[in-house]
Design a binder for this molecule. Structure first.
Ligand SMILES: Nc1ncnc2c1ncn2[C@@H]1O[C@H](COP(=O)(O)OP(=O)(O)OP(=O)(O)O)[C@@H](O)[C@H]1O
Length: 316
């Protein structure tokens, strides 16, 4: 595997005696979509600013695209597109004029800049709105335009701080699929920060859970859920046509099974919490006992549960 495109080593940032980021170690690889997750004040923005060389670390180092962000911020800024959580456009100018202005700042001459701006508006789906003043743009449209702005300079990495803030649910969905396709089609590495867990879950290859300046855990969602819930990580629900009597005469027999830890019954649905996947054996059991099985489902732990669990563990 190539060297990580973002390498963070023992990174810290203090404001006076307050430690906003503490001992952070993280690698992000080329083409990955990485989600930096955490509540308000966790230190996400501070970490991003250090990646961009906009804030000096108190200790440790960040390397992005082979350059040290603190000592060599200019090449980092050339290769990284950054979309902050609050976007600023010139509201009296059209979207296209705003983008052309950014293109000029990035060294494009007039014709090439216009061509690039139009291409980017096409990619983010704003071509038909290019002549509208950005003052009249909705929040979702501004986010798309922000992405177009970030893409103008052909970045290798894009860093998006809370990109879904304030967009309505269907806008969020569209915006996230846009990010996903950019990463897939152009091999761009994406780092996005968020406290909207269910948003991040849809597109991130890996996430890092960040609380009070520290990275509590990182990995893909599967790995995180196994680490946290591994000892009781398999939950199977079986729904049958018959009502389950209470007490259920078969419960004692099932509780003798190796790996079966808990049975919860609600009307005609029974949930089994197990240390191994007993789904097939459970279905055979119900059929043998003459139950009509209507549905069987296995629970996947999502980010919300993972996040919640980390909070519980952290607060103990
Ligand atoms: N310039 C500063 N001076 C003092 N404290 C700061 C400064 N910048 C950030 N902090 C503090 O550092 C902590 C981390 O802030 P940061 O903005 O990185 O969090 P965040 O995870 O991005 O939160 P949010 O989701 O609210 O943006 C917060 O407690 C914040 O108040």
């Amino acid at each position: 595997m190539n060297d990580p495109i973002i390498q963070i080593r023992n990174l810290s940032k203090s404001y006076g005696s307050f430690r906003a980021v503490e001992g952070l170690n993280l690698d992000v690889h080329q083409g990955e979509i990485f989600g930096l997750l955490g509540p308000n004040g966790a230190g996400k923005t501070t970490t991003i600013l250090m990646m961009l060389g906009l804030t000096e670390p108190s200790g440790g180092s960040v390397q992005v695209c082979g350059y040290q962000s603190a000592s060599n911020p200019i090449p980092v800024k050339r290769k990284v597109g950054y979309m902050p959580d609050s976007l600023g456009f010139y509201d009296h100018m059209t979207a296209l004029e705003n983008l052309m202005y950014i293109a000029r700042l990035n060294g494009f001459e007039e014709t090439a800049g216009k061509k690039r701006a139009l291409e980017m508006m096409e990619i983010v789906g704003l071509s038909t709105e290019k002549d509208k003043k950005t003052g009249a743009y909705s929040r979702g449209m501004k986010q798309r335009l922000g992405l177009a702005e970030v893409l103008i300079k052909k970045p290798e990495v894009i860093i998006l701080d809370e990109p879904t803030l304030g967009i309505d649910p269907s806008g969020v969905k569209d915006f996230l699929s846009l990010i996903k396709s950019l990463s897939r089609d152009q091999g761009i590495t994406v780092l996005l920060s968020s406290h909207h867990l269910h948003h991040v879950q849809q597109i991130c290859d890996r996430v890092g859970i960040f609380v009070k300046g520290k990275l509590l855990a990182e990995g893909n969602i599967d790995t995180l859920s196994k680490t946290l819930f591994g000892h009781e990580g398999y939950v199977t629900s079986v729904k049958v046509a018959q009502e389950i009597p209470r007490p259920w005469p078969l419960e004692a027999e099932l509780m003798q099974w190796e790996g079966l830890k808990k049975i919860s019954i609600r009307d005609s649905e029974i949930e089994f919490t197990c240390t191994a996947d007993l789904t097939a054996a459970l279905v055979r059991f119900f059929v043998k006992e003459d139950y009509d099985v209507l549905s069987v489902s296995q629970k996947d732990y999502g980010l919300d549960e993972i996040y919640q669990k980390y909070f519980e563990l952290e607060q103990r």
